[in-house]
Design a binder for this molecule. Structure first.
Ligand code: CA
Length: 234
């Protein structure tokens, strides 16, 4: 499950990102409305939900939401704002937001609202992702890997391993750098620097390689990692 988070307050954005990552969401955090529009134009289908702050540099969250809806884009939107007057809420909902959260709010409430949005939009909530010999089940959080005999072997994953594998499966055959992985799946400054990605990659690959004839995720020396998926260009 991937979230586009558009919030220009650094502390709040970092706190939300940290919370979502702990709940096994994958988070793209941007701080500018115009930049967010670029993300949504090129790849809105990759997201399960967008969290838009109302007041943003570049373009307001309200305008961004209006633009999405004018293009018939159904992506669920949760608006965040310090405005708490009734007419502001009405304006936000009229702009096409699905729900509305007034600052300051508790992270528990944010998570509850997100769960509700996901339930309302089952078409945007995939139950499985299948790439090559790998299938990821979102409900059970188990990966299935076809072994050499063609039989599917379950691979139990931790939250972080699940997020990592999902990220690679969404970008098959692409080299993903350590920094890209770090930026997507870890909160800023939370880890004491460099080795966390390599360590998690090692754990994930060890699990996958138990059932695989050859390594599924390869190290591209000096560049990053790549999930090999024959026949899938992207
Ligand atoms: Ca703001």
């Amino acid at each position: 499950m991937r979230v586009l988070l558009v919030e220009d307050e650094p502390d709040l954005g970092a706190a939300i990102k940290r919370t979502l990552i702990q709940e096994a969401y994958v988070v793209d955090w941007v701080q500018d409305g115009a930049e967010a529009e670029g993300y949504l134009e090129s790849s809105w289908t990759e997201y399960t939900v967008a969290i838009l702050d109302w007041l943003l540099p570049g373009m307001s969250g309200l305008e961004l939401c209006q633009r999405l809806r004018s293009q018939n884009n159904p992506l669920p939107v949760l608006m965040l704002t310090a405005k708490d007057r009734l007419e502001d809420k009405v304006m936000g909902l009229d702009a096409g937001a699905d729900d509305y959260l007034v600052k300051p709010f508790g992270m528990v409430e944010l998570l509850a609202r997100l769960r509700a949005l996901r339930r309302r939009s089952p078409q945007l909530e995939p139950t499985q992702l299948q790439i090559g010999v790998l299938t990821l089940d979102y409900n059970t959080r188990i990966a299935y890997l076809k072994d050499a005999t063609g039989e599917s072997q379950p691979v139990e994953l931790t939250h972080k391993e699940f997020q990592l594998l999902e990220y690679f499966m969404r970008h098959p055959n692409q080299i993903l750098t350590r920094d890209q992985v770090l930026n997507r799946l870890w909160e800023l400054g939370a880890e004491p620097a460099s080795n966390v990605v390599a360590a998690q990659m090692r754990l994930l690959r060890r699990k996958l390689d138990q059932h695989s004839f050859e390594p599924l995720i390869e190290t591209v020396y000096g560049m990053g990692y790549r999930l090999k998926a024959p026949g899938k260009s992207k």
